[in-house]
Design a protein around this ligand. Structure first.
Ligand code: NI
Length: 133
């Protein structure tokens, strides 16, 4: 992809905010930070407009809670068209981590994440969305 250079005029305070973002995220320069912010904005608007996005759902739970595994399997089957893959990790004797890669309409992915997080016994859950291509 061709790279185009352009000048940006910013208020001093905004530039300081940009440099703070650079420090916090360890970006190597302002261009990288601006690129990141633009892309985040694009993903956010795709998410809000219910476009196709890709992402991952992360769940942490105790596997021996009754019916939990059956419930999360049932829910995943309802959304088989959105689920690309899932991986289960046994963290220790009691705790499991499940990472589910998803792609589909943002609203439907949120709905799936909410249903999974709502299962009794799930200790923590979250969704991260990114561009689908
Ligand atoms: Ni496990």
């Amino acid at each position: 992809m061709a790279v185009v250079r352009f000048g940006v005029s910013l208020e001093k305070e905004l530039l300081e905010s940009l440099d703070k973002i650079i420090n916090e995220n360890q970006f190597s320069n302002r261009s990288q930070a601006i690129r990141f912010l633009i892309k985040s904005n694009i993903v956010k608007s795709k998410w809000e407009s219910n476009s196709i996005v890709a992402g991952s759902i992360t769940l942490v739970f105790q596997h021996h809670k009754s019916d939990l595994l059956q419930s999360i399997t049932d829910i995943q089957h309802q959304y088989h068209e959105e689920i690309l893959s899932s991986q289960h990790f046994h963290l220790d004797h009691d705790n499991c981590l499940e990472v589910i890669a998803v792609r589909g309409k943002a609203k439907r992915l949120n709905e799936l994440a909410d249903k999974l997080k709502g299962v009794k016994g799930i200790n923590h859950g979250g969704i991260t969305m990114s561009q689908s291509g």
